[in-house]
Design a protein around this ligand. Structure first.
Ligand code: FCB
Length: 453
């Protein structure tokens, strides 16, 4: 029992959070370059991704370090404006060469590359043309995806289309916490969701056509709903809450962005109140949106608690208990998140679940050259025990990618949060291996058999 023999253990990062070199070798500006440069006070500590982990210049050492620490699968993302500075049209050969060299370096180090096509660094030029709110976005995205498939497809066989549509639209255009930080109304947000889903479908289609032996996934998020007790009523209530789209906050639900992609339809609970905002003829787009996928990726960090209730919905959210353990982000530690998340998602979508991100930000301090991040080790083991339980009960779980290999630029929170298995000193760019990295190496080596130690 335990995890399957071919379980994929890995780590994840994203281009803007680690690369730096924001304007080097022909790279075009992204919405994150603009937000961090132009909006004073927006980022917690005033940080930018201008240099970040300087991975652009240090990728060979970084990938060698990954290999040394037993990482065999690495999820990275591509910066669209680095390869297409204007979003479409003129190709930046130097940018393409960077990713091509990086992939070669991974393969030389025995690391399997998992490429995320879109992890938030939208070209400024595309933003100025309306991005997700312009039907032509599907063509622009196709041009970009085709370029990547043709360049890397001979060596990269694993792709994720879009990372966290919930955050792209929810944080970028509703809560205004992420780039481009432009507030949009409900009508636009629904339309943008639909266009984003079409981009996902189109990307999957292109990859399937152009890349032999490809595996394709999607990497949405949405906090799992965890039942307050193990009673059947609470379990049913949690499942229902996970996939019921509320009139407000609809962007944060699991079903809104996943049912169309995985089942070829919008959830009924959404259509009741959102259909009026969908673009005309939306039904005929569902065939494009619903492409066969090999993995159903999911980023999971925490959960909401739910119980059965005597109201119109049949469920209600329950606050986390007072004093619950929290990460430095303030996110409640709910070890059963991966258990219930994987289980409910697999039941509904019947596609192997890949945990594309999970991890903990801590207040890590280097003491005499070491970082004793016991809390992170404990978090990873607890969460993985839940995932293992799901696997043992019949959920197909394809893998787990820890977020992140090294500390990096955490979006609005700048450099105040450290999620890495490897510490980065941003003054010197020195890397220091944390205790959790050694622990994760052991977990991978034993295929998770040491989780109870
Ligand atoms: C996820 C993002 C990732 C990282 C983690 C902590 O929402 O996909 O880039 O910021 O959270």
């Amino acid at each position: 029992m335990g995890f399957s023999k071919d379980f994929l253990w890995g780590t994840a990062t994203a281009s803007y959070q680690i690369e730096g070199a924001w304007n080097e070798d022909g790279k075009g500006p992204s919405i994150w370059d603009d937000l961090t440069h132009d909006r004073e006070g927006f980022i917690e500590d005033g940080g930018t991704g201008d240099v970040a982990c300087d991975h652009y210049h240090r990728f060979r050492e970084d990938i060698a370090l990954m290999a040394q620490m037993g990482i065999r699968n690495y999820r990275f993302s591509i910066s669209w404006p680095r390869v297409l500075p204007e979003g479409t049209g003129k190709v930046n050969e130097a940018g393409l060469k960077f990713y091509s060299d990086m992939v070669d370096c991974m393969l030389e180090n025995g690391i399997r590359p998992f490429c995320t096509l879109y992890h938030w660094d939208l070209p400024r030029a595309i933003h100025e043309r309306g991005a997700w709110n312009n039907e032509q976005m599907v063509e622009w995205f196709s041009e970009y995806v085709t370029l990547i498939a043709k360049t890397l497809g001979d060596r990269v066989k694993d792709y994720f289309t879009i990372n966290e549509p919930q955050c792209i639209l929810g944080l970028g255009y509703d809560r205004v916490e992420h780039a481009p930080a432009v507030k949009m109304g409900k009508r636009d947000l629904v339309r943008m969701s639909h266009i984003l889903l079409k981009c996902h479908g189109q990307a999957a289609k292109i990859l399937r056509e152009l890349v032999p032996d490809v595996h394709i996934g999607y990497a949405p998020c949405a906090n799992p709903m965890v039942p307050c007790t193990n009673s059947q009523q609470d379990i049913d209530a949690a499942r229902k809450a996970y996939f019921t789209v509320p009139p407000e906050g609809f962007l944060w639900n699991a079903a809104w962005f996943s049912d169309p992609a995985m089942l070829g339809k919008y959830p009924e609970s959404a259509l009741v109140h959102l259909e009026q905002y969908l673009p005309k003829g939306w039904e005929k787009d569902l065939a494009l949106i619903h492409q066969p996928l090999d993995f159903y990726g999911q980023n999971i960090y925490t959960s909401n608690m739910v119980r059965a209730a005597d109201n119109a919905y049949g469920f209600e959210m329950v606050p986390h208990r007072i004093g619950i353990e929290r990460t430095l982000m303030g996110w409640p530690v709910v070890p059963d998140s991966l258990y219930w998340g994987a289980k409910f998602l697999y039941e509904r979508y019947k596609t192997p679940i890949l945990i594309t991100e999970n991890g903990m930000s801590c207040h890590d301090v280097v003491v005499n050259g070491h970082i004793h991040d016991e809390a992170r080790i404990d978090y990873v083991k607890k969460y993985l025990r839940g995932l293992r339980r799901a696997a043992e009960e019949g959920t197909e779980v394809a893998g787990y990618f820890y977020w992140s290999f090294f500390d990096n630029f955490e979006w609005k929170m700048g450099y105040t949060q450290r999620f890495g298995l490897v510490h980065v000193n941003y003054d010197t760019q020195e890397r220091t291996i944390k205790d959790s990295c050694y622990a994760y190496k052991k977990i991978m080596e034993t295929n998770g058999e040491n989780l109870d130690d």
